[in-house]
Design a protein around this ligand. Sequence first.
Ligand SMILES: NCc1[nH]cc(CCC(=O)O)c1CC(=O)O
Ligand SMILES: [Mg+2]
Length: 330
Amino acid sequence: MSFPAIRPRRMRRDAFSRALMREHTLLPSDLIMVAFVIEGEGRREPVPSMPGVDRLSIDELLKLAGECVRLGIPALALFPSPGQEVKSEDAREAWNPDNLMHRASRALKAKYPDLGLVGDVALDPYTTHGQDGLIDAHGYVMNEPTVEALVKMSLAQADAGMDVVAPSDMMDGRIGAIRDALEAAGHIHTRILAYSAKYASSFYGPFRDAVGSSANLGKGNKHTYQMDVANSDEALREVELDIQEGADMVMVKPGLPYLDVLRRVKDAFGMPTFVYQVSGEYAMLKAATQNGWLDEKAVVLETLTAFKRAGADAILTYFAVDAARWLRGE
Ligand SMILES: NCc1[nH]cc(CCC(=O)O)c1CC(=O)O
Ligand SMILES: [Mg+2]
């Protein structure tokens, strides 16, 4: 009777050999925490479609930042949830030097100068129609006028101390325009994290609730600028352009349904490649774990490890603080 000489199970038998052959390790330093900012003081406003996520006033945000620093999470990505009263057709609040994001940035940098700050660059929190750009009479998002606005927004964020500007809008040519403007203004250290392969996904619904753009967007969609979910060659073309235009980091978004794209991007370019585990992925996992159908710690760490396996250098996730605590055995 002959048995297999090659037994992959041998290495899996004991914890020591499993540890030695493990190919990827998830660390708190792989994570970027995501937070929503609101006006006020002492305010934590729950996002109903994202149980466990609160919109935070700046003083509460400072506490979250302190926790990130303590846990070894290198950076915090900020999204504003401004009131309807500052929204307009032309989104001018986006580059107001004293807007909510910029006040948050200055407060965070004063208290935690070493925590990396990532500012979202897109117009959707500030437009009355909920689109990421400026629209023409037909509701089409106009490319160049939007890029001009994004440039002003990026300069204002850099002035307010943001370390990284992260255009999440998918306009053509915006990385090059932002890079030129930052250089010309002397902001030579401001990094650009480009949402390069951002899909027109249905997994963003809870985020749009959180920043207050879903009601304004109504039945609208973003199919004329975000990518078709069926494409991945196109993702490589988009990433290549952003690299040529001066991106320091490129991103694939959403995460879990797009691991194939992540792997292709990492293999093709070897760039710092980030992935965004988006609001709908968060909501999906939360719903199942709150029902007791899945084990939260186990599935969250599994998804985050899967991103690393697929080639991610860093992961934007609403679970960053929880995951870092679990990884540290807290
Ligand atoms: N500029 C919009 C933006 N920036 C980040 C997200 C989604 C993030 C998430 O779902 O967690 C979106 C939503 C959208 O494109 O409508
Ligand atoms: Mg592009």
